[in-house]
Design a binder for this molecule. Structure first.
Ligand SMILES: [Zn+2]
Length: 277
C-alpha cells in the first residue's frame, strides 16, 4: 500500500508543478481575455501576447487600477498632468498592438498607494468587471506559487486583488447586489496566465516573433517612463535620435528562448482558490 502511495505521488508531481495550456496560446481563438494590472504600463509584460491574441480572433480587455500619477522624477509635473499623459501613452501602446481603446478601463486609484485603499471596494469593482466581461482567461501579476512572490508596491496589491476578485466573482452570494440589482451573473475564471513570476515558476513561453516589432513600438509610447521625459517631460514627440534610443532601450527588455522572442508566464488552470498552489 505504501509503495503504491509513493508511486502515485511520483506520477502526480509533474502534474502538480507543470501546468500547460491544452492548446498552445499562439493558437487560441474565440476566447475572452482580461488583464488586471496596477499601472498604465503593466501590460508591457505581455503586450506581444495580448496583441497576438486580439489579432487571432480573441477579445482582449485591459483593466488598470491606478492612473500612474506619481511615476516621474520631473518636479514640474502635477499628478493630474501625469495621469493624463500616462492615459494617452497607454492608449497609444494598446493601439500599436491592435487592442481596441474601448477595451481599456482605468479605475482611477492613486499610484503608489493601492494597498491602503479599501480592499472590499476595489475587489467589488473588479468582481463587477469580471462578471461583465466574463473572461475565459485572466492575466495578472503572479501572487506566487507555494509561497508569496514579492513585488513592489501596487504590483503586490494588484496580484492579490486580482486573485481575490477572481475567487469572489464565482460566488453568487458575494457582492450579490450585482446579481440581484444589476442583472449580472456569477462567473468562474478557470484559466490564468500570470506574469512577472519567479523564473523557476514560469511554465509557458509564448512565441511573440510576429508581434515583436509592434511590442517595441507600443513600449516606445511610454515616453514619460522610458525617455528623458522621466526627468523633464516635454511632450510625447521625441527627436529622431532620442526616439531611436528609446526603441533600443525597450528592445533590450525583449526575452528570447531558442532564438525566438517570447513572453514567459506561469499558466494555471483550475479553481481560483488554488492559484497559488
Ligand atoms: Zn507597474
Amino acid at each position: 500500500m505504501r509503495t503504491y502511495r509513493i508511486f502515485l505521488l511520483l506520477i502526480m508531481i509533474p502534474c502538480l508543478s507543470f501546468s500547460q495550456p491544452d492548446v498552445p496560446v499562439e493558437e487560441w481563438t474565440g476566447k475572452t481575455i482580461l488583464l488586471i494590472g496596477a499601472h498604465p504600463d503593466d501590460d508591457a509584460y505581455s503586450l506581444g501576447t495580448l496583441g497576438l491574441l486580439q489579432s487571432n480572433g480573441n477579445e482582449v480587455y485591459i483593466a488598470i487600477l491606478t492612473t500612474g500619477n506619481v511615476g516621474t522624477q520631473d518636479p514640474d509635473l502635477s499628478m493630474v498632468d501625469l495621469a493624463n499623459i500616462r492615459k494617452l501613452e497607454e492608449q497609444a501602446a494598446l493601439a500599436a498592438v491592435g487592442i481596441p481603446l474601448d477595451h481599456y478601463t482605468n479605475f482611477g486609484y492613486d499610484d503608489g498607494l493601492l494597498e491602503y485603499e479599501n480592499k472590499k471596494e476595489v475587489v467589488a469593482k473588479l468582481v463587477r468587471l469580471i462578471r461583465q466581461v466574463r473572461p475565459d482567461v485572466l492575466f495578472a501579476f503572479d501572487p506566487g506559487k507555494g509561497e508569496q512572490r514579492w513585488h513592489k508596491a501596487d504590483h503586490r496589491s494588484a496580484s492579490y486583488l486580482a486573485a481575490d476578485a477572481a475567487r469572489a466573482a464565482m460566488w453568487p452570494l458575494l457582492f450579490q447586489g450585482q446579481i440581484t440589482m444589476e442583472g449580472l451573473e456569477a462567473h468562474t475564471i478557470e484559466e490564468y496566465l500570470l506574469f512577472d513570476s519567479a523564473e523557476d515558476d514560469k511554465n509557458t513561453w509564448v512565441d511573440i516573433s510576429t508581434f515583436k516589432d509592434k511590442k517595441i513600438t507600443a513600449m516606445s509610447q511610454y515616453v514619460s517612463q522610458w525617455s528623458s521625459g522621466w526627468y523633464k517631460y516635454e511632450g510625447p514627440d521625441l527627436s529622431a535620435e532620442e526616439a531611436e534610443q528609446v526603441r533600443d532601450r525597450v528592445s533590450k527588455r525583449i526575452h528570447y528562448r531558442d532564438g525566438k522572442a517570447v513572453e514567459g508566464f506561469r499558466h494555471y488552470k483550475g479553481l481560483p482558490d488554488n492559484i497559488g498552489r
